[in-house]
Design a binder for this molecule. Structure first.
Ligand SMILES: *[C@@H]1O[C@H](CO)[C@@H](O)[C@H](O)[C@H]1NC(C)=O
Ligand SMILES: *[C@@H]1O[C@H](CO)[C@@H](O)[C@H](O)[C@H]1NC(C)=O
Length: 196
C-alpha cells in the first residue's frame, strides 16, 4: 500500500438543516432492519439496508451496502430515488463501468457517495453520471490505477457540486513519475486541483 493520503477540500461549507435535526423529539422511525432490507428492492438481494436514519446529525435516506458481497454495481442502477447517502463499501468491484447509477436522472437528492474499500482499479470515463448534487465522494482504500500509459478520462467531470474528494490510500502501489499530471488527468474538470 502506498502512503499517498489526500483529502481535497474544494470548498468548506456546512449547511445545517435544523428542521431535520436528529434531536427533534417529534421524529420516530418505525422501520425495522428487516423492513429496511426489503425496502431496497429486489436488485439488492436483501443484502443492504435502505432507510431514513440519523446520519451526520440529520435524518437522511441512507442506502447501506457494507460488506454485502457484491462483485458488480448492478444494484446501484436501481437505487431508491429518495437516496441521499450511498454507502457501498467492502465489496469487490475492480472496475466501474459506464453509468453506475443508470441512465435515468432519477437521484435528485444524492449528496454523499462512499465507495471505499471496494478494490476498484479502473473507473471508466462515463461511470459517474447523474451525480450533479453529490458533494462528497469517498474512494479511500481502493487500488486505482495510476499507470500513465492508460488513459485517464476525466471521470469526475459530472460532479459539478463536489466539495470533498477523499482519497486516503486510494491508489495502487507505486507512484508514477508524474503524479501531478496523472491526478490532473483523472480528476480535473473545472476545478484547479493541479496545485497538488
Ligand atoms: C452500515 O452497515 C454496517 C454493517 O451492516 C454498520 O456497521 C454501519 O454502522 C452502517 N452505517 C450506517 C451509517 O448506518
Ligand atoms: C420515485 O419513485 C417512485 C416509484 O418508484 C415514483 O412514484 C416517484 O414519482 C419517484 N419520484 C421522483 C421524484 O422521481
Amino acid at each position: 500500500m502506498n502512503k499517498f493520503h489526500a483529502v481535497f477540500l474544494l470548498i468548506c461549507t456546512t449547511t445545517a438543516d435544523l428542521s431535520n435535526d436528529c434531536n427533534d423529539p417529534n421524529w420516530h422511525s418505525l422501520e425495522t432492519l428487516e423492513n429496511a432490507r426489503v425496502e431496497c428492492g429486489p436488485s439488492f438481494e436483501n443484502r443492504c439496508y435502505c432507510l431514513r436514519t440519523c446520519y451526520e446529525n440529520r435524518h437522511q435516506y441512507v442506502v447501506n451496502c457494507t460488506n454485502s458481497g457484491f462483485s458488480d454495481v448492478t444494484p446501484l442502477s436501481h437505487l431508491p430515488n429518495e437516496t441521499q447517502v450511498l454507502i457501498f463499501t467492502g465489496n469487490y468491484l475492480e472496475e466501474l463501468p459506464w453509468n453506475v447509477f443508470g441512465t435515468l436522472d432519477s437521484l435528485p437528492y444524492l449528496r454523499m457517495i462512499d465507495m471505499s474499500n471496494n478494490r476498484i482499479r479502473e473507473i471508466r470515463g462515463k461511470a459517474y453520471h447523474h451525480v450533479q448534487r453529490v458533494e462528497r465522494l469517498i474512494l479511500d482504500f481502493n487500488e486505482l490505477s495510476l499507470d500513465p500509459a492508460r488513459s485517464h478520462p476525466r471521470v469526475f467531470s459530472n460532479f459539478v457540486s463536489l466539495l470533498e474528494l477523499h482519497l486516503t490510500d486510494a491508489f495502487e502501489d507505486g507512484l508514477p513519475r508524474d503524479l501531478a499530471a496523472t491526478l490532473h488527468d483523472i480528476f480535473v474538470n473545472r476545478y484547479q486541483i493541479d496545485k497538488f
